[in-house]
Every structure is written in C-alpha cells, then in structure tokens.
Ligand binder design. Structure first.
Ligand SMILES: *Cc1c(COP(=O)(O)O)cnc(C)c1O
Length: 396
C-alpha cells in the first residue's frame, strides 16, 4: 500500500487521511482503490492463512480503509471493519470471559448499554455502571475493596459521553484498569483520531461507529475496531469471521472516500461548534449547556489535556416557557428549525438536531429537555440564524 506505518507516523494526520490506503505507485495503477464485488476468490489447493478464500474472511475493498484507520489511531496493525458500530461493540464485548465483570459509563451510547444489560440479564457477564467523570467511583468499580467482589475484566470508556458530554480522565482510568487486570476499550466515535488518540492514552482497543465522522456523509452504516495487540486482533478477527458482522464492500469504499476530507470537516465543524456553544450559553431560552470547549464546562480542564479541540457535539437543555414544559419546548425547537435537520445520528456534513429522550432506550438520567446538536460544515451564521429564529418561536 501507499504508506508504511513509519511514513504515516512521520506525517501529520491531515496528510494521512488523504495519502493512506492507496494502490501501489506503479504505472497505470488507479489512484483510488477499486470496488471489488466478489463473494469468493480463485483457489484450488489447501488454504494458506493469508489467502482471501471467501468473502466473509476478507475483501480487497476493506483493506485500504483498515490500513488508513489503523495508521490514524497510531496502531501497529490495521483496523478491522464491521457491518456497524454495534457489530464492533458486540465483537469487543466478546473479549470478556464468561461471567467476567464489565465496568461501563452510565451514559454510554444507548445501544451499547442495551447490549451490555442484556448480556448481564442472561448471566453471561456482570455489569457495573459508573459515572465516568468520577475517577474515584470508576476505580472503586474496577477493584472493589470488598475482597469477595471480583475485579473487572473490561473497562469501557466513552469520552465525551453520548449525549451528556461527560469527560473521563482516560490516562488515569486506563492505568487503574490495567492494575486491576482489565482490558480497556474506548469508543472514540465523538472525537475521531484527529481529536483524541486513545491508544496513546493507554487504551487497548479503540472503537468507532464509522457511520458518523469517519464516513461523514450520512450515507453508510459501518463500525471499526483498532488495536496494536496481535492476540486481541486475532480474537476479534475470528469473532468477525464466525459471527459474520462484516462490512459490505460498497460501504467500505464510500467510507474511504468520506475519510479523505475528515481533517477539513473536523476543523470546520469544531470551530463552528465553539461559536454556537458560546452564543447558546447566553441565550435566555437555554437552561443549561454542555460543551467541553466552554471554560465553564466541568470537563473543560480534562478535555484540554487529552483532546486536540473539543469536538462538534453540543447539548443544551431547553428552558420551559409559558404553557410548555422543557420537553415540549425542546420538541417545538426541533420542529421549528428549517436548515438544521431533525434526525438522529451525528458526524455528517449536515447539521442534525434531536431531543434524545424521544428514544425509549435512552437512559432516564438523560434530561427530557436535552437537545443534541451535531454541528456540520455549513456556514456558521446560517446555522446560527436558523437556531435563533427557532428559539424565537418559543417566545420571550
Ligand atoms: C452511533 C454510535 C454507535 C453505534 O454505531 P452504529 O454504526 O449506529 O451501529 C456507537 N457508539 C457511539 C458513540 C455512537 O454515536
């Protein structure tokens, strides 16, 4: 492929998103990797471990994306692509031995929480949920003082959390987890490798919903896992092959195409999110705001030490107005926007807005009037005037 790990390590991430995962620099090779649609590969004798063999084992269209994402996360091995972010979650949770203890943020992504809770209900794992911003509480859950309580087998990290935007002290928690004998998986979907590099902060495995920023155009559903540990990677690859949560080649091809502009998209959307968060924070219809870029945010100090920027998700609680409680006022705001798209998901070029508790699976500790804004790449003043006119419909 076009970039070796050493070359990638010497280049800035803005260059790696463009240069990684290209065909060899040989005469008449295409500049972009081709889309390969084949469920099987020629072969006549016993399979070698490196043979493609069959479409569930490997596909040439996965390779460039896997190589590029591995290099972006600073891993020594290529990433693994999955059918969705949750297929990657399922594979990562399979690393927990039967009956092992999983420590997970109370405000993880809702699908991740549902999956972990169902595994716990069936007795496959033991689940302890914690406030991930409370370092002492997480440490106590990893290695309880009560000698009868078992130490954790896995620590799940999400930072910032979805949708509460809580910030974990990733370095302190990964070292506490390792001391307890647990492996650490970090869902890095909100930050992307350009903003936060969990492997460098001590995490063993990094997870992405590629659906979001990495693909970036709200047109594919995909997931990925990244690790530098060869044993962990083979266990994950085996799980992907046998459980079958593989990526479609067309989705993989689209994801690499989207990845090429990741640096531009992240730079623009982070700048815009900062401006919008500042303006929203003083608006009378906004009861409270969470955005780690604001000096007043409880996660600001931590975010500054472990992130390059503050991401582009902003969450607000809408104030009640005459005749409408906060949840109804939030619904009215979402219905009143004309440029922002009222839709779930995040991380695309288009700005999306959603009241999170409209989902029944959302934890009840997420406030009813919380609205999540995924800031896209449109012009900042256009985004602001649309929000402002929608807030104006709530009255003075
Ligand atoms: C969307 C999301 C997921 C799940 O990914 P899918 O691609 O929808 O399966 C996991 N984690 C986070 C933080 C997400 O935002």
């Amino acid at each position: 492929m076009s970039l070796s790990e050493q070359q990638a390590a010497a280049l800035s991430a803005e260059t790696v998103v463009v240069a990684a995962g290209r065909p060899p620099r040989e005469r008449d090779q295409p500049v972009n990797p081709p889309l390969v649609l084949s469920s099987t590969y020629f072969g006549t004798d016993a399979l070698d471990p490196g043979d493609r063999g069959y479409g569930r084992y490997s596909n040439p269209t996965w390779d460039p994306f896997e190589e590029a994402l591995g290099q972006l996360e600073g891993a020594e091995l290529p990433a693994l692509l999955y059918a969705s972010g949750l297929a990657a979650v399922s594979s990562a949770l399979s690393l927990i031995p039967a009956g092992g203890v999983l420590v997970m943020p109370t405000h993880s992504y809702s699908g991740t929480l549902v999956m972990a809770a169902e595994l716990a209900q069936k007795g496959f794992i033991d689940l302890r949920t914690v406030d991930i911003a409370d370092t002492n509480a997480v440490k106590a859950a990893l290695a309880p003082e009560d000698a009868r309580a078992r130490p954790a087998a896995m620590l799940w990290l999400e930072s910032p959390t979805n949708p509460m935007l809580g910030i974990a002290d990733v370095k302190a928690l990964t070292s506490a987890a390792h001391a307890a004998g647990a492996i650490v998986v970090t869902d890095n979907t909100f930050s992307t490798p350009l903003v936060q590099q969990p492997l460098a902060l001590g995490s063993d495995v990094v997870l992405h919903s590629v659906t979001k920023y990495l693909a970036g155009h709200s047109d594919v559903v995909l997931g990925a896992l990244v690790t530098s540990n060869a044993d962990i990677r083979s266990a994950l690859l085996h799980h992907r092959t046998i459980h079958g949560g593989i990526a479609g080649p067309f989705e993989a091809w689209l994801a690499l195409r989207g990845l090429r502009t990741l640096a531009l998209r992240v730079e623009r959307s982070q700048q815009t999110a900062m401006v919008l968060a500042e303006r929203l924070s003083t608006h009378p219809r906004i009861e409270s705001i969470r955005f780690p870029g604001l000096r007043t945010d409880p996660g600001h100090g931590r975010a500054k030490t472990q992130m390059k920027g503050f991401g582009s998700i902003v969450c607000v609680q809408v104030a009640p107005v005459a005749g409408l409680d906060g949840a109804k006022a939030a619904d009215k705001l979402v219905q009143a926007v004309e440029l922002w798209l009222p839709a779930t998901s995040l991380g695309g070029v288009e700005s999306l807005i959603e009241r999170r508790r409209r989902h029944v699976a959302e934890p009840v500790s997420v406030p009813e009037n919380l609205v999540r804004l995924s800031v896209g790449v449109e012009n900042v003043e256009d985004l602001w005037s649309d929000l402002k006119q929608a807030l104006d419909t709530l009255g003075g």
